[in-house]
Design a protein around this ligand. Sequence first.
Ligand code: SF4
Length: 383
Amino acid sequence: MSEQPLRVVQARANGDNLKPLRAGKRVRYVRRIDQIPQIPPELAARLGPVAERYVFRANNYYLGLIDWEDENDPIRQLIIPREEELRDWGRLDASNEAAITPVRGVQHKYTDTVLLLCNEVCGAYCRYCFRKRLFMDENDEVTKDISEGLRYIESHPEVSNVLLTGGDPLLMSTRRLVEIFEALRAIDHVRVIRIGSKMPAFDPWRVKNDETLLAAFRKFSTPGKRIYLMAHFDHPRELTEPAIAGIDACIRNGVICVNQCPMIRGINDDPGTLAELYSTLSYIGCPPYYLFQGRPTAGNEPYEVPIVQGWRIFQEALNRGSGLARRARFCMSHETGKVEILAVDDERIYLRYHQAKDPTDLGRFFVRRRNDEAYWLDQLEPV
Ligand code: SF4
């Protein structure tokens, strides 16, 4: 790629000012902070070591969503590194995913769902990513050769859902994706193929301009066995006209769309922002599914919101939307399961296992002492 600074596309969130990217034109990627002309050289120099520790990548379309006049712009927070990321905080594998990895590239935590980690690259890198370890050189949790993973799924008839993840599966070639769809559809007990992707936010043209991919969606997302797109929009400004068109292309070609995202400080930790995100997602046919409490992942301290504060923001956002905009559950993806934060009162936090690693925990309701500073389940004392 060129080492010249990119001409960053100035795009408004409503998408009316996206002329520089013609339909069919691929976005241009940028991998170095000093290639972004809006970032002064001295700041770029200070951010260099952060990007060396936790990889940076973006593209001209996504950078064009940033209001560079606003130091606290939410899209800027999402994609541009911050020096505070280097503070000693959290663990790289905060939910101990290594413990649920039976073979390379496979995670199996909940009975009916298996994760296939089939790609270790994303369209851009969210600064708060909980899987940032996958993008580091020493990582070997992802494999492009999924044959062992397929054998694992084949030998587990209880697996009805397979989530393609990583990394972002929509960064793989369409030919490779089609091969994976074919292989999974040959396994009778796999009913749902999920694609976990932020490409509709980072590069909406990836989906909407790829006729071969859309044809594959029509072929492999059938009335009895659907493909789901687990989209990842964090802020309403990401829902530009092309992004909405990308979701529309998925829906029109048989894919069911839902959205999941974490609550992130400086990005969506505001009831009005979250309510607008949820309402717009419901209008475009990609309703909210999960809101995740940020995992205590190394490098993520500047992006974390305490549980109690997050729960209040979430409740207030839910009060503002229609029923379709209120379908999200606020959960922690803890090592022991998906723990839903149900309620908070003056003294306690009320929780429930929405999913559980140990099936006997499934649905279990439990109570912890309220702690307004806590970010994670392990910091909450039993009552
Ligand atoms: S798209 Fe997902 S996997 Fe990729 S950097 Fe963002 S949060 Fe991480």
